[in-house]
Design a protein around this ligand. Structure first.
Ligand code: HEC
Length: 124
């Protein structure tokens, strides 16, 4: 094998390892899903308790990857992601709130919830 290829493989492995290590240091103590549900009550008006929004333009959160949700909420809170509504909603959240809320929504079954939402709309 060429030296350059070996260096590339080594670099790729190092990047992957440091990325995984970073993700692990981010994870911290285990999330409290019940606390997340309580804290998320202020979110239900738009994202709903089942994580499926009934409002056009508002994203579904059910079943979304946990760390993605954490990153999104921190970005809104800390101003790296701009949306007037979400900046205001995320502002009072602590790091712990964010971990708990992200766990709550990530554990929901998106497909079941979408069906429930569709049935609720059909029943009207
Ligand atoms: C008044 C309606 C409203 C409320 C209340 C609200 N949101 Fe949102 N949320 C939105 C809208 C609209 C967006 C899309 C914003 C954008 O385009 O960036 C969004 C985006 C998000 C996203 C990003 C989703 C993605 O796929 O990137 C997350 C996560 C989120 N909200 C979580 C929450 C949480 C947690 C709360 C409660 C603390 C909350 N929201 C309260 C309307 C709302």
């Amino acid at each position: 094998m060429h030296m350059e290829t070996l260096i590339r493989i080594g670099l790729a492995a190092w990047l992957l390892a440091s990325h995984v290590a970073h993700a692990q240091t981010q994870s911290g103590p285990a999330p409290d899903v019940g606390a997340g549900k309580k804290r998320a009550a202020v979110c239900f008006a738009c994202h709903n308790a089942d994580g499926i929004s009934r409002i056009p333009g508002t994203p579904h959160l059910a079943g979304q990857e946990r760390h993605y949700l954490e990153n999104a909420l921190r970005a809104y809170r800390d101003g790296q992601r701009q949306d007037p509504t979400m900046n205001a909603m995320a502002k009072p959240l602590s790091d712990r709130d964010i971990v708990n809320i992200a766990a709550y929504y990530s554990l929901q079954n998106r497909m079941n919830n979408v069906q429930t939402a569709a049935q609720a709309v059909d029943a009207k």
